[in-house]
Design a protein around this ligand. Sequence first.
Ligand code: SER
Length: 616
Amino acid sequence: MNINGQELREKFLQYFKNNNHAIISSASLIPENDPTVLFTTAGMHPLVPYLMGEKHPSGTRLADVQKCWRTGDIEEVGDTTHHTFFEMLGNWSLGDYDKMGAIDFAWEFLTKILEIDPKFLAFTIFEGDKNVTKDTVALDKWLSLGVSEKRVKALGVDDNWWGPAGTSGPCGPDTEIFYWTGDKNNVPVEYDPKDKNWVEIWNNVFMEYNKTLAGQFLPLAQKNIDTGMGLERTLAVLNNLADNYLTDLFYPLIQKIEELSGKRYAEDTKSFRVIADHLRSATFLLGDPKGIAPSNTGQGYVLRRVIRRAIRFAKNLNIQAGFTTILAQVVIDNFKTTYPELEKNQTFIFTELQKEEEKFSKSLSKGLKILQTQLEVHAVVPGQKVNIVDISDGFVPHYLTSKFLFDMYQDHGFPFEESIEEIKKIRPNLHVIQINNLKKGFDELMVQHQELSRTASAGMFKGGLADDSEMSKKYHTATHLLHQALRTVLGDHVEQRGSNINAERMRFDFVHPDKMTPEQIKQAEDLVNQQIQAKLPMTWQEMTVEEAKNKGAIGLFGHKYGEKVKVYTVGNDDEFFSREICGGPHVENTSELGHFKIQKEESSSAGIRRIKAILE
Ligand code: SER
């Protein structure tokens, strides 16, 4: 079937809409008030509270296309299928239809709507372990649809168990669907999990258990269905393309890179893919409704890393400076219909990319100077390993460490080979004689570093997706009060741009062009404390976005016309201090908050201020 990205999104949503699912908007890439996760990593991620039993305003059947961003895959980007940013098509049953229903939907969508011949499909189910028995229900269901037994394989927890997203919470067995991408005239009768020609296109998770902190698997009162289908990969297989970058989600970028470099994609697929993936994902982060700028911490640091990695690979292709905004323009043009926020935030995207290109170029020059100095001061101490010799001075030995080369990479953006090349340029008479040892040490440091950052992001993901501790509820409530207080003091141009809460403090980013004066800070702080002292009730109601708007709610970004949302009000229905669209959870009365104190007001990025505050 020839189908493009937009058609696949539409077919998917239309099919589930026809089957009584509410279509919800993609949530932001920056998780709401969740300090433990950098990015939204899966379609289920913004829905965790509802999978745990909270009522969703749009009902018990949902479907969406969710923007996702995964940091674990950054170094793997460059092959045919790994991406940092991707879109996940998903449908959910929150205690509504069961496993059989989910399988029926998946089957009908794939074989009838997308017209995939079942002879190209294979399935896996959970084989059972000491906690949970084999999933014979899913097995029998696939067989009842006419699937051959040889095409359904039972596998263990590593393959067919999903979640919990944290250390505890909803999880369950899954059934995965694979598509044969090999020779269409030679489809194996039996499914072989090791054969890479079978590509996973869809995962159906049966979230039927709650894993307790003690490690027990207890049946959930509300049995959920959570499904995820990667848009990029599914599009590639449907169009018989061996490579996600040849789909219309990437190909305009590949063409532009060919134009800018004068090279063909086939000449250096890895560099092309890294540049295309990273500038696409950077554009989506910068253009997100809660858009973030490159920085040295958290999400901003990941953003900085992908932009700089793209620039380094662009050097491989001899692409001129200034290319990042040209490619961002291609991304905006390609995705603005689905994600209008990209066009809305175009100026911010361009300015930040330009600034980052310039900063990186400065950092490279600084790195070169450090390299030069290193080559001047190189006296060899007895016992040190000699890595370089200067043949002009009659084999004077020099010293260079893998650690130094790794720092050159990490701090200044020089890949190993580039440092060596620069050494040769700066001191043509220097010969690196232990290059293999140096490279080995460098690679080891690289692996250590990657493991550290992977653990850090896995730890963050595990830490508290469902962190609804009392303290975070209080801080979460305080953000609503502060948001309104800032609008009262500074004006209605104030809009929340992000927030980050843990048990000790809150951080709140908002649109405002100038530094706040001490008086303004005091006014905002006092206003929040007045609401706390007034012991105002906090209540919530479900309504459509339009109703919310008519009732004076703020926080309207990113929702579709007619979509149902949860609206939190501080005060009474007709006389309130704050009214805001939000997912929750919050305290029931502002008196629970104690005393609010602003500790710092600073710049976060261009036009965005940041407040750090505590409750004491
Ligand atoms: N949560 C599952 C996944 O990420 C299905 O959506 O694959």
